[in-house]
Design a protein around this ligand. Structure first.
Ligand code: G16
Ligand code: MG
Length: 222
């Protein structure tokens, strides 16, 4: 019996994954690392420092920089990202999400946020959606990033729910893995070939409705 929904932010609620990608692309160019669609996909949902490590590894440069230099580059990416966020408003909310959040509230589902982003409180404020997510997992308190189950397990915990009472929603492959290993039902938003481990797949957030979820699940589960 589903009682709560645990949301990823970037790429599910808002268009910000495009901004993350853009900011990492800029940094990859500066570091002389070849940018690719695959790299962009593999960075989704991955924490700031782990993202930098992945970019360096992709370019065979993982041993070229000190920890201090790496932190400087990660900070630089964040400055670029924050610059791109300036002026972002409710128009960056992905299609169908506002209606979906309203209908979840109407049906008394509990909502929490499981975003790896330390910027998520700021993003929610700018989108005007902060009131929906009083319960959030603070990513700075996590020992492990996605695909580890920790973040989605905590997303259920902050709602006082068991994992099996929750549906997790993600756009990243590592995010879907995190939901699944936490023991929640997973919804993947995006390319079904990439998100092939999701229990339910929708290609777009416009398909995210209680009706469609009900249809995709076994009768009576929602
Ligand atoms: C997000 C993005 C990632 C980003 C990470 C950390 O995760 O998908 O691209 O690297 O957060 O973000 P920040 O540098 O802002 O702390 P999610 O979990 O919301 O998709
Ligand atoms: Mg995401």
């Amino acid at each position: 019996n589903i009682k709560g929904f645990v949301f990823d932010l970037d790429g599910v609620i808002a268009d910000t994954s495009v901004y993350h990608s853009k900011a990492w692309h800029q940094l990859a160019d500066e570091l002389g690392v070849q940018w690719s669609e695959d790299l962009a996909n593999n960075l989704k949902g991955v924490s700031r420092m782990d993202s930098l490590e992945l970019i360096l590894k992709t370019g065979g440069k993982e041993n070229d920089y000190t920890q201090e230099e790496k932190e400087k580059y990660a900070a630089k990416k964040n400055t670029n990202y924050l610059e791109l966020l300036k002026g972002m408003n409710a128009s960056a909310i992905l299609p169908g999400i506002s209606d979906f959040l309203t209908s979840l509230e109407e049906h008394d589902y509990k909502l929490s946020l499981a975003s790896a982003s330390k910027n998520s409180p700021l993003v929610l404020e700018q989108l005007g959606l902060a009131q929906y997510f009083k319960e959030k997992v603070d990513p700075s308190t996590l020992k492990h990033g996605k695909p580890d189950p920790e973040i989605f397990a905590r997303g259920a915990e902050v709602l006082g729910l068991k994992p099996e009472e929750c549906i997790g929603i993600e756009d990243a492959k590592v995010g879907v893995e995190s939901i699944n290993s936490a023991g929640e039902t997973s919804i993947g938003i995006g390319d079904p070939n990439i998100l092939n481990e999701a229990d339910i797949n929708f290609t777009s957030t416009t398909d995210l409705t209680l009706n469609n979820i009900q249809k995709a699940m076994e009768v009576g589960q929602l």
